[in-house]
Design a protein around this ligand. Structure first.
Ligand SMILES: *Cc1c(COP(=O)(O)O)cnc(C)c1O
Length: 378
Protein backbone atom coordinates (compact mmCIF):
# COMPACT_ATOMS: atom_id res chain seq x y z
CA UNK A 1 0.00 0.00 0.00
CA UNK A 2 1.17 3.55 -0.74
CA UNK A 3 1.05 6.33 1.87
CA UNK A 4 0.13 8.78 -0.87
CA UNK A 5 -0.31 7.10 -4.26
CA UNK A 6 1.22 9.50 -6.79
CA UNK A 7 1.82 6.67 -9.27
CA UNK A 8 -1.86 5.80 -9.39
CA UNK A 9 -2.74 9.46 -9.88
CA UNK A 10 -0.30 9.69 -12.79
CA UNK A 11 -1.81 6.59 -14.40
CA UNK A 12 -5.22 8.24 -14.32
CA UNK A 13 -4.06 11.66 -15.57
CA UNK A 14 -1.23 10.44 -17.83
CA UNK A 15 -2.64 11.58 -21.17
CA UNK A 16 -3.25 15.16 -20.10
CA UNK A 17 -0.03 15.49 -18.10
CA UNK A 18 2.12 14.00 -20.87
CA UNK A 19 0.49 16.28 -23.46
CA UNK A 20 1.11 19.31 -21.24
CA UNK A 21 4.76 18.41 -20.72
CA UNK A 22 5.30 17.74 -24.45
CA UNK A 23 3.85 21.13 -25.29
CA UNK A 24 6.34 22.88 -23.01
CA UNK A 25 9.24 20.87 -24.45
CA UNK A 26 8.19 21.75 -28.01
CA UNK A 27 7.77 25.45 -27.20
CA UNK A 28 11.05 25.60 -25.20
CA UNK A 29 9.49 28.32 -23.02
CA UNK A 30 10.80 26.78 -19.84
CA UNK A 31 10.70 29.96 -17.75
CA UNK A 32 7.54 32.09 -17.47
CA UNK A 33 5.76 30.30 -20.31
CA UNK A 34 2.05 30.97 -20.92
CA UNK A 35 1.06 27.98 -18.75
CA UNK A 36 2.31 29.85 -15.67
CA UNK A 37 -0.05 32.79 -16.24
CA UNK A 38 -2.93 30.44 -17.06
CA UNK A 39 -2.33 28.51 -13.85
CA UNK A 40 -2.13 31.68 -11.75
CA UNK A 41 -5.48 32.84 -13.16
CA UNK A 42 -7.11 29.47 -12.49
CA UNK A 43 -5.70 29.26 -8.96
CA UNK A 44 -6.85 32.79 -8.10
CA UNK A 45 -10.31 31.99 -9.45
CA UNK A 46 -10.53 28.68 -7.56
CA UNK A 47 -9.48 30.29 -4.29
CA UNK A 48 -11.55 33.44 -4.81
CA UNK A 49 -8.67 35.90 -4.37
CA UNK A 50 -7.64 38.75 -6.67
CA UNK A 51 -3.95 37.89 -7.13
CA UNK A 52 -2.00 34.64 -7.35
CA UNK A 53 1.77 34.81 -7.76
CA UNK A 54 3.47 31.45 -8.25
CA UNK A 55 7.01 30.86 -6.97
CA UNK A 56 9.63 28.16 -6.53
CA UNK A 57 8.29 26.44 -3.38
CA UNK A 58 6.12 26.89 -0.31
CA UNK A 59 9.05 27.99 1.85
CA UNK A 60 9.96 30.84 -0.53
CA UNK A 61 6.28 31.78 -0.58
CA UNK A 62 6.36 32.40 3.19
CA UNK A 63 9.70 34.23 3.00
CA UNK A 64 8.40 36.44 0.15
CA UNK A 65 5.34 37.31 2.27
CA UNK A 66 7.60 38.21 5.21
CA UNK A 67 9.78 40.36 2.91
CA UNK A 68 6.69 42.16 1.58
CA UNK A 69 5.72 43.11 5.12
CA UNK A 70 9.26 44.12 6.02
CA UNK A 71 9.44 41.57 8.85
CA UNK A 72 12.83 42.07 10.49
CA UNK A 73 15.02 41.76 13.57
CA UNK A 74 13.18 42.90 16.67
CA UNK A 75 9.80 41.71 15.38
CA UNK A 76 7.82 38.91 16.99
CA UNK A 77 5.97 36.58 14.63
CA UNK A 78 3.50 34.18 16.26
CA UNK A 79 3.58 30.64 14.88
CA UNK A 80 1.92 27.39 16.00
CA UNK A 81 4.31 25.06 17.82
CA UNK A 82 2.91 22.05 15.94
CA UNK A 83 3.81 22.50 12.26
CA UNK A 84 6.41 21.90 9.57
CA UNK A 85 9.68 23.76 10.12
CA UNK A 86 9.18 26.36 7.34
CA UNK A 87 6.35 28.13 9.19
CA UNK A 88 8.84 29.37 11.78
CA UNK A 89 12.01 29.13 9.71
CA UNK A 90 10.97 31.88 7.28
CA UNK A 91 10.24 34.61 9.86
CA UNK A 92 13.52 33.66 11.58
CA UNK A 93 15.31 33.80 8.20
CA UNK A 94 14.20 37.44 7.99
CA UNK A 95 15.71 38.04 11.43
CA UNK A 96 12.44 38.07 13.38
CA UNK A 97 11.81 36.00 16.50
CA UNK A 98 9.19 33.27 16.10
CA UNK A 99 7.04 33.03 19.23
CA UNK A 100 5.59 29.54 19.40
CA UNK A 101 1.98 29.16 20.47
CA UNK A 102 0.20 25.97 21.49
CA UNK A 103 -2.49 24.32 19.38
CA UNK A 104 -5.93 22.82 19.91
CA UNK A 105 -5.76 19.13 20.81
CA UNK A 106 -8.51 18.02 18.41
CA UNK A 107 -7.96 20.17 15.32
CA UNK A 108 -4.13 20.43 15.66
CA UNK A 109 -4.43 24.12 14.74
CA UNK A 110 -3.44 27.38 16.42
CA UNK A 111 -5.34 28.07 19.65
CA UNK A 112 -6.69 31.64 19.44
CA UNK A 113 -6.94 32.04 23.23
CA UNK A 114 -3.30 31.07 23.69
CA UNK A 115 -2.39 33.32 20.77
CA UNK A 116 -3.82 36.33 22.60
CA UNK A 117 -1.99 35.31 25.79
CA UNK A 118 1.29 35.09 23.87
CA UNK A 119 0.76 38.51 22.25
CA UNK A 120 0.06 40.09 25.66
CA UNK A 121 3.16 38.44 27.14
CA UNK A 122 5.38 39.81 24.36
CA UNK A 123 3.85 43.28 24.73
CA UNK A 124 4.37 43.24 28.51
CA UNK A 125 7.99 42.10 28.23
CA UNK A 126 8.64 44.79 25.61
CA UNK A 127 11.68 43.10 24.04
CA UNK A 128 10.05 42.45 20.65
CA UNK A 129 7.44 44.23 18.55
CA UNK A 130 4.44 42.02 17.72
CA UNK A 131 4.23 42.11 13.92
CA UNK A 132 2.45 39.15 12.34
CA UNK A 133 0.77 35.80 12.88
CA UNK A 134 1.51 32.77 10.71
CA UNK A 135 -1.55 30.53 11.05
CA UNK A 136 -1.16 27.04 9.58
CA UNK A 137 -3.90 24.89 8.00
CA UNK A 138 -2.43 21.70 9.36
CA UNK A 139 -3.18 18.35 7.70
CA UNK A 140 -5.63 20.09 5.31
CA UNK A 141 -7.94 21.70 7.88
CA UNK A 142 -8.18 25.51 7.82
CA UNK A 143 -7.19 27.13 11.12
CA UNK A 144 -9.95 28.75 13.16
CA UNK A 145 -9.89 32.11 11.36
CA UNK A 146 -13.18 33.23 12.91
CA UNK A 147 -11.33 33.29 16.24
CA UNK A 148 -7.83 34.22 14.99
CA UNK A 149 -8.72 37.19 12.77
CA UNK A 150 -10.34 39.27 15.55
CA UNK A 151 -7.22 38.74 17.70
CA UNK A 152 -4.99 39.95 14.84
CA UNK A 153 -7.24 42.98 14.31
CA UNK A 154 -7.36 43.80 18.02
CA UNK A 155 -3.55 44.00 18.23
CA UNK A 156 -2.90 45.33 14.73
CA UNK A 157 -1.04 42.23 13.53
CA UNK A 158 -0.76 41.05 9.93
CA UNK A 159 -2.20 37.59 9.31
CA UNK A 160 -0.45 35.10 7.06
CA UNK A 161 -2.16 31.83 6.20
CA UNK A 162 0.34 29.02 5.65
CA UNK A 163 -1.87 26.77 3.54
CA UNK A 164 0.97 24.54 2.29
CA UNK A 165 -1.17 21.60 3.44
CA UNK A 166 -4.47 23.41 3.26
CA UNK A 167 -5.20 24.02 -0.42
CA UNK A 168 -8.79 22.95 -1.09
CA UNK A 169 -10.01 23.26 2.48
CA UNK A 170 -12.79 25.68 3.32
CA UNK A 171 -14.84 27.35 6.05
CA UNK A 172 -18.53 27.94 5.26
CA UNK A 173 -17.67 27.60 1.57
CA UNK A 174 -14.85 30.16 1.65
CA UNK A 175 -11.67 28.56 0.32
CA UNK A 176 -8.31 28.12 2.04
CA UNK A 177 -5.60 30.50 0.72
CA UNK A 178 -8.11 33.34 1.07
CA UNK A 179 -8.03 33.78 4.86
CA UNK A 180 -4.74 35.61 5.33
CA UNK A 181 -3.82 39.18 4.44
CA UNK A 182 -1.37 37.12 2.43
CA UNK A 183 -1.78 33.34 2.06
CA UNK A 184 0.72 30.83 0.75
CA UNK A 185 0.70 27.26 -0.47
CA UNK A 186 3.12 24.57 -1.62
CA UNK A 187 3.00 22.26 -4.63
CA UNK A 188 5.51 19.78 -3.14
CA UNK A 189 4.44 16.44 -4.68
CA UNK A 190 2.81 15.02 -1.54
CA UNK A 191 0.70 18.10 -0.72
CA UNK A 192 -3.05 18.14 -1.54
CA UNK A 193 -2.25 19.78 -4.90
CA UNK A 194 1.26 18.71 -5.86
CA UNK A 195 3.47 19.12 -8.91
CA UNK A 196 6.44 16.97 -10.05
CA UNK A 197 9.13 18.80 -8.14
CA UNK A 198 9.08 21.96 -6.05
CA UNK A 199 6.53 24.73 -6.50
CA UNK A 200 4.55 27.26 -4.50
CA UNK A 201 2.11 30.15 -4.70
CA UNK A 202 1.16 33.33 -2.87
CA UNK A 203 -2.36 34.77 -2.73
CA UNK A 204 -3.55 38.25 -1.80
CA UNK A 205 -6.29 40.78 -2.55
CA UNK A 206 -3.87 43.67 -2.00
CA UNK A 207 -2.73 45.24 -5.33
CA UNK A 208 0.40 46.89 -3.91
CA UNK A 209 1.62 43.75 -2.20
CA UNK A 210 0.92 41.72 -5.36
CA UNK A 211 3.05 44.07 -7.44
CA UNK A 212 5.81 43.99 -4.83
CA UNK A 213 5.69 40.18 -4.74
CA UNK A 214 5.96 39.96 -8.55
CA UNK A 215 9.04 42.13 -8.30
CA UNK A 216 10.87 40.38 -5.45
CA UNK A 217 10.38 36.90 -6.86
CA UNK A 218 12.30 38.02 -9.98
CA UNK A 219 15.38 39.82 -8.60
CA UNK A 220 13.46 42.93 -7.55
CA UNK A 221 12.72 43.88 -11.17
CA UNK A 222 10.73 47.02 -11.87
CA UNK A 223 7.19 46.50 -13.13
CA UNK A 224 7.90 47.89 -16.62
CA UNK A 225 11.64 47.42 -17.17
CA UNK A 226 12.99 44.02 -16.25
CA UNK A 227 16.61 45.16 -16.58
CA UNK A 228 16.09 47.85 -13.98
CA UNK A 229 16.27 46.20 -10.58
CA UNK A 230 14.69 48.52 -8.10
CA UNK A 231 15.12 46.45 -4.95
CA UNK A 232 16.88 43.34 -3.66
CA UNK A 233 14.83 40.25 -4.39
CA UNK A 234 15.18 36.53 -5.01
CA UNK A 235 14.99 34.19 -7.98
CA UNK A 236 11.85 32.26 -7.12
CA UNK A 237 9.68 31.23 -10.06
CA UNK A 238 7.49 28.25 -10.85
CA UNK A 239 8.89 26.35 -13.87
CA UNK A 240 6.63 26.25 -16.92
CA UNK A 241 6.88 22.44 -16.81
CA UNK A 242 5.46 22.42 -13.28
CA UNK A 243 2.64 24.74 -14.31
CA UNK A 244 1.84 22.36 -17.19
CA UNK A 245 1.70 19.46 -14.72
CA UNK A 246 -0.47 21.45 -12.32
CA UNK A 247 -3.11 22.52 -14.87
CA UNK A 248 -4.64 19.03 -15.38
CA UNK A 249 -4.00 18.21 -11.71
CA UNK A 250 -5.96 21.27 -10.56
CA UNK A 251 -8.84 20.23 -12.79
CA UNK A 252 -8.88 16.69 -11.35
CA UNK A 253 -8.56 18.15 -7.83
CA UNK A 254 -11.58 20.40 -8.33
CA UNK A 255 -13.61 17.85 -10.32
CA UNK A 256 -13.29 14.82 -8.03
CA UNK A 257 -10.08 14.40 -6.01
CA UNK A 258 -11.16 16.71 -3.18
CA UNK A 259 -14.50 14.89 -2.93
CA UNK A 260 -12.84 11.49 -3.09
CA UNK A 261 -10.30 12.25 -0.37
CA UNK A 262 -13.18 13.40 1.86
CA UNK A 263 -14.90 10.09 1.12
CA UNK A 264 -11.78 8.23 2.21
CA UNK A 265 -11.75 10.24 5.46
CA UNK A 266 -15.37 9.33 6.14
CA UNK A 267 -14.51 5.63 5.62
CA UNK A 268 -11.75 5.95 8.22
CA UNK A 269 -14.09 7.80 10.59
CA UNK A 270 -16.66 5.04 10.30
CA UNK A 271 -14.21 2.12 10.54
CA UNK A 272 -12.33 3.54 13.54
CA UNK A 273 -15.14 5.15 15.51
CA UNK A 274 -15.42 2.47 18.16
CA UNK A 275 -11.72 2.23 18.94
CA UNK A 276 -9.52 3.80 21.60
CA UNK A 277 -8.02 6.10 18.95
CA UNK A 278 -8.75 9.84 18.97
CA UNK A 279 -9.89 10.70 15.44
CA UNK A 280 -9.32 14.04 13.69
CA UNK A 281 -12.10 16.54 14.38
CA UNK A 282 -13.54 18.69 11.58
CA UNK A 283 -15.60 21.46 13.20
CA UNK A 284 -19.05 22.39 11.87
CA UNK A 285 -18.82 24.37 8.63
CA UNK A 286 -15.18 23.38 8.01
CA UNK A 287 -13.94 21.15 5.20
CA UNK A 288 -10.49 19.57 5.09
CA UNK A 289 -8.42 18.68 2.02
CA UNK A 290 -6.86 15.87 4.06
CA UNK A 291 -3.17 16.36 3.49
CA UNK A 292 -3.02 13.80 6.31
CA UNK A 293 -5.44 11.61 8.24
CA UNK A 294 -3.91 11.76 11.70
CA UNK A 295 -5.08 9.80 14.72
CA UNK A 296 -3.90 10.04 18.34
CA UNK A 297 -2.85 6.87 20.14
CA UNK A 298 -3.94 6.20 23.70
CA UNK A 299 -1.44 6.03 26.53
CA UNK A 300 0.40 2.72 26.69
CA UNK A 301 0.63 2.08 22.95
CA UNK A 302 4.26 2.10 21.79
CA UNK A 303 3.99 4.01 18.54
CA UNK A 304 7.13 2.61 16.93
CA UNK A 305 6.00 -0.97 17.67
CA UNK A 306 2.61 -0.28 16.14
CA UNK A 307 4.28 1.24 13.08
CA UNK A 308 6.49 -1.81 12.71
CA UNK A 309 3.52 -4.16 13.00
CA UNK A 310 1.63 -2.22 10.33
CA UNK A 311 4.69 -2.07 8.10
CA UNK A 312 4.93 -5.87 8.27
CA UNK A 313 1.41 -5.88 6.77
CA UNK A 314 2.54 -3.48 3.99
CA UNK A 315 0.82 -0.50 5.64
CA UNK A 316 3.00 2.63 5.69
CA UNK A 317 2.46 5.24 8.42
CA UNK A 318 4.21 8.52 9.27
CA UNK A 319 4.75 10.68 12.35
CA UNK A 320 3.91 14.34 11.67
CA UNK A 321 5.48 15.80 13.77
CA UNK A 322 7.79 14.15 16.29
CA UNK A 323 9.30 17.40 17.65
CA UNK A 324 7.70 20.72 18.65
CA UNK A 325 9.03 23.79 16.87
CA UNK A 326 10.29 25.38 20.08
CA UNK A 327 12.49 22.33 20.74
CA UNK A 328 14.09 22.29 17.27
CA UNK A 329 17.88 22.51 17.45
CA UNK A 330 17.96 25.70 15.40
CA UNK A 331 16.14 27.59 18.16
CA UNK A 332 18.18 26.23 21.05
CA UNK A 333 19.31 29.04 23.31
CA UNK A 334 17.08 31.62 21.58
CA UNK A 335 13.93 33.26 22.95
CA UNK A 336 11.94 31.08 20.51
CA UNK A 337 12.75 28.03 22.65
CA UNK A 338 10.99 29.62 25.61
CA UNK A 339 7.45 28.39 24.93
CA UNK A 340 4.80 26.73 27.06
CA UNK A 341 3.10 24.25 24.71
CA UNK A 342 1.97 21.12 26.59
CA UNK A 343 -0.63 20.14 23.96
CA UNK A 344 1.98 20.13 21.20
CA UNK A 345 4.40 18.16 23.37
CA UNK A 346 1.70 15.55 23.96
CA UNK A 347 0.68 15.39 20.28
CA UNK A 348 4.28 14.87 19.19
CA UNK A 349 4.31 11.66 21.26
CA UNK A 350 0.88 10.32 20.26
CA UNK A 351 0.07 11.25 16.63
CA UNK A 352 0.16 8.80 13.77
CA UNK A 353 -0.74 9.57 10.15
CA UNK A 354 -2.36 6.81 8.09
CA UNK A 355 -2.27 6.25 4.30
CA UNK A 356 -4.40 8.97 2.73
CA UNK A 357 -5.05 10.14 -0.83
CA UNK A 358 -7.94 10.46 -3.32
CA UNK A 359 -7.21 7.11 -4.95
CA UNK A 360 -7.42 5.11 -1.71
CA UNK A 361 -9.99 2.33 -2.04
CA UNK A 362 -12.57 1.44 0.58
CA UNK A 363 -10.99 -1.99 0.95
CA UNK A 364 -7.59 -0.37 1.68
CA UNK A 365 -9.15 1.67 4.47
CA UNK A 366 -10.78 -1.55 5.70
CA UNK A 367 -7.41 -3.30 5.79
CA UNK A 368 -5.73 -0.46 7.68
CA UNK A 369 -8.59 -0.32 10.20
CA UNK A 370 -8.62 -4.08 10.68
CA UNK A 371 -4.86 -4.27 11.30
CA UNK A 372 -5.00 -1.30 13.68
CA UNK A 373 -7.84 -2.87 15.67
CA UNK A 374 -6.07 -6.21 15.79
CA UNK A 375 -2.94 -4.59 17.20
CA UNK A 376 -4.82 -2.42 19.71
CA UNK A 377 -6.80 -5.42 20.99
CA UNK A 378 -3.56 -7.07 22.13
C1 LIG B 1 5.44 21.66 3.15
C2 LIG B 1 5.22 22.81 4.02
C3 LIG B 1 5.86 24.05 3.82
C4 LIG B 1 6.97 24.23 2.83
O1 LIG B 1 6.66 23.93 1.51
P1 LIG B 1 7.84 23.55 0.48
O2 LIG B 1 7.19 23.67 -0.85
O3 LIG B 1 8.27 22.17 0.81
O4 LIG B 1 8.92 24.54 0.66
C5 LIG B 1 5.53 25.11 4.64
N1 LIG B 1 4.63 24.98 5.61
C6 LIG B 1 3.99 23.83 5.86
C7 LIG B 1 2.97 23.75 6.95
C8 LIG B 1 4.27 22.69 5.08
O5 LIG B 1 3.64 21.54 5.34
Amino acid sequence: MQFRDLKKQYEVLKNDIDAGISEVLASAKFISGPQVKELEQKLAEYVGVKHCITCANGTDAITLAMMTWGVKEGDAVFVPDFTFFSSGECPAFEGATPIYVDVDQRTFNLDAVKLEEAILKVKTEGKYTPKAVVAVDLFGLPADYKAIKPVCEKYGLLLMEDAAQGFGGSIDGKMACSFGDISTTSFFPAKPLGCYGDGGAIFTDNDEWAEYLRSICVHGKSANDKYNNVRIGMNSRLDTLQAAVLLPKLKAFADYELDDVNKAASWYDEALKDTCLTLPLIPEGFRSSWAQYTVQLPEGVVRSDLQAALKAEDIPTMVYYPKPMHLQGAFEGTDSSDADCPVTECLCKTVLSLPMHPYLRKEDVGTVAEMLKKYLAK
